[in-house]
Every structure is written in structure tokens, then in C-alpha cells.
Design a protein around this ligand. Structure first.
Ligand code: 5GP
Length: 190
């Protein structure tokens, strides 16, 4: 029988979460990435239905009304992100372990919804100053958005203890190995 499993990675923007998620996806563990829906516009190299399902705010709100989400959050003011029920069903119907990159509230909600099936992981930056530097280097955000993301990060870090494991991402290679070990252990459990 196929046991449904979810691996949920959360943590502040700039914590290295996406890099770690991509690393896990490359490990041939038959994981599939849960493509979220969002109402933010695509960044330069992002593709619809690959990085996100991109919707207008109105389209997104209609989906909320139609109860199409497992979880959703207004992660930034006026910008929604969420996991569609149809996405999870699509991935589970092909018997895959589903990997999520969601914000902290979304991570906590998924764990609440699927307590036994989920390994929830908090990726923590070594410090707020290092987070600031990483976000600046990334050059994807305006100064205003940078401040918003840093303020949000300070709040998110307070919720780290609600996750099954915390990975302090001060050394990428070490974090990758640590994460992979924890995931392999989780997969061995029934
Ligand atoms: P970004 O705009 O940088 O792609 O993502 C912003 C934040 O939204 C990140 O913390 C990301 O993990 C989160 N996010 C992405 N998809 C979802 C989702 O489906 N649900 C929730 N709650 N957060 C999400």
C-alpha cells in the first residue's frame, strides 16, 4: 500500500530554503515538488505551472471561495500563496512523496492537517544580519520589499520550535547532509 508522506520545508525568505529543496529534489528519492498557487507576478525566469501556478488576485480569491485550497496565506500584504487540493491529489495519485516550500504558517498548518504523514523542517538563517546580506545579494527584491521580508523573518523565527526539526543553515554542505539524513530516517518509518 502507498503511504502518503509530506516533507514540508519552511523558513524565512533568504534562509536557503529553496536551494535545499532543490537539492533534495535532485536526489532521486521519487519526490515531487508541490507547485503552489500565487497571486504575485512571475519573476524573470519563472514559468507558469513549473515554479508556481500564477493567478490574478481575483482568480485566487475565487479559488478560496470555492474551497480549492488545502492551505493558503496572505504571505505579504495583498499577495496570496497556497497549496491547491488538486495539486496534492495529482502528486499522490502518482505515488510520490510530496515536498513543500511554504511559509511558516503554511508549514504549521500542513503539519496540523497531516500530523503523522508530515516531516516539518524549519530552515533557520544563522543570524538576521546574514539573512539581510543574502537577500541583498539575490537582487530579486526592491529596498521596500527587502525590509518587509526581514521584518517577517524576525517574526517567523519565533515559530521554529513548532517544527519537527530545525536546520541552522550556516554551511550549505553540512545543511544538505543533515537534511538528507533526517529525511532518509523519516522515510524508513512506516
Ligand atoms: P517567493 O515570493 O519568494 O517565491 O515566496 C514567498 C514565500 O511564500 C516563501 O516563504 C514561500 O515559502 C511561501 N510560499 C510559497 N508557496 C506557498 C504556499 O503554497 N503556501 C504558503 N503558506 N506559503 C507559500
Amino acid at each position: 500500500m502507498f503511504n502518503k508522506k509530506l516533507i514540508v520545508c519552511s523558513g524565512p525568505s533568504g534562509s536557503g530554503k529553496t536551494t535545499l529543496v532543490n537539492f533534495i529534489l535532485q536526489q532521486n528519492l521519487s519526490f515531487k515538488f508541490s507547485i503552489s498557487a500565487t497571486s504575485r507576478p512571475p519573476r524573470n525566469n519563472e514559468k507558469n505551472k513549473k515554479d508556481y501556478y500564477f493567478f490574478t488576485q481575483n482568480e485566487f480569491k475565487k479559488k478560496i471561495q470555492n474551497d480549492e485550497f488545502i492551505e493558503y496565506e496572505e504571505v505579504y500584504k495583498g499577495i496570496y500563496y497556497g497549496t491547491l487540493k488538486s495539486e496534492l491529489n495529482r502528486l499522490w495519485s502518482s505515488h510520490n512523496v510530496v515536498l513543500f516550500d511554504v511559509d511558516v504558517k503554511g508549514g504549521i498548518n500542513l503539519k496540523k492537517k497531516y500530523p503523522n504523514e508530515t516531516l516539518s523542517i524549519f530552515i533557520k538563517p544563522p543570524s538576521i544580519n546574514i539573512l539581510k546580506e543574502r537577500l541583498k545579494k539575490r537582487k530579486t527584491e526592491t529596498n521596500k520589499n527587502l525590509k518587509i521580508r526581514i521584518n517577517k523573518a524576525k517574526k517567523e523565527i519565533l515559530f521554529a520550535s513548532k517544527f519537527d526539526i530545525i536546520i541552522i543553515n550556516d554551511n550549505l554542505k553540512k545543511s544538505k547532509n543533515h537534511l538528507l539524513d533526517k529525511i532518509k530516517l523519516f522515510l524508513k518509518q512506516k
